[in-house]
Design a protein around this ligand. Sequence first.
Ligand SMILES: C[S@@+](CC[C@H](N)C(=O)[O-])C[C@H]1O[C@@H](n2cnc3c(N)ncnc32)[C@H](O)[C@@H]1O
Length: 384
Amino acid sequence: MLTRHRVVFQDAADLSFLDAASVDLVLTSPPYPMIGMWDKSFGRRDRRIASALREGDGGRAFRLMHEALDGVWREAHRVLRPGGFACIVIGDAVRSLRGRFALFPNHARILQALLELGFTPLPAILWRKQTNAPNKFMGSGMYPAGAYVTLEHEHILIARKGGPRNFPTIEEKRRRRESALFWEERNGWYSDVWFDLKGTRQDRLSTGGRNRSGAFPFELAYRLICMHTIRGDTVLDPFLGTGTTLRAAAAAGRNSVGCEIDKALRAEIFADPAGWLPAARRRAASRLEAHRAFVEARRAAGKPPQHVSRRYGFPVVTRQESELWIPLPASARREAEDLWVVSYDTPPDLCPGASPPAAGTAPPARRPGAAAAPRPLRSASQRG
Ligand SMILES: C[S@@+](CC[C@H](N)C(=O)[O-])C[C@H]1O[C@@H](n2cnc3c(N)ncnc32)[C@H](O)[C@@H]1O
């Protein structure tokens, strides 16, 4: 299996290099309006923004910055397939202008833009970040009626183009079954508040300099991709930045297309795969290790899972997990200046089993019986 990861260095307001309905997920984090580090970038696009900021007219600057982003959301809607998802990571801004402290609700403004484009809004995730400065007060300190709540979260907006996606072919249905999540992953990942991202081991999968680049954590992108696409799908990030979405898509066995206006980021996006590929592989493989630990804990608690993985031989909680396969990235080569091609280990064989459960149905009744012995993970040197 191969996946392809292409980057186009240009303004994302024009995605005409992509056909309509050609992308399965848009996952991105735009430059945040009214956050100081993006002032210059917005000001370069529209001189009225720079003058609104100079004049301390926050409301006008906020409106113009969002108007600059609106064209990208329009393009995102065009290139998404029906039933495809958009996941947009965005923080609100707080800022004092003309001596007045105010919130600029970026997430509400972007959600409104998505609604106007015809997206179907879906329950969102609050990404609760651990603060680096819990005692940094905003406003009047200990005195009430003038102190402000500290913003310690960002929003992950989730919307869909139209209704639920169809999986019409036998091949798509199979890829969907193979892309199932483990039951215990599903329980955590579909929570509406994510507390646990800061502690994730990131290696070189995300840039350490979030303050410098606005990069989001690799784990955030990896989860959202696994939750909203199936293996072999294509993920678009119109504001690619340092390339976190590209590396997460590669780790998950999905294709990706990125758009980035700043050519200086090419060196970071196309960094030597020896630096990021082993970490991407470790993250994918860690899902199998975490599942084995989960099974052991369930056994110790006297509640062993009752179904069996037909690829790995270990027990799983539901029959929907029985064909699950986690692609393990094995190598990456730069096939053209702005194109990575990633190859993967050969999947473990699918042992014969019961016919697959219908999608959208509740997990069927458990099948009693002992699970087969877990199969060891194949190493890179064993790949076919
Ligand atoms: C918040 S950062 C994205 C960070 C990214 N998620 C990562 O993990 O590195 C926004 C990126 O959008 C880029 N950008 C800003 N305006 C753009 C535009 N109109 N078209 C394409 N890229 C743009 C910026 O250069 C910046 O790299």
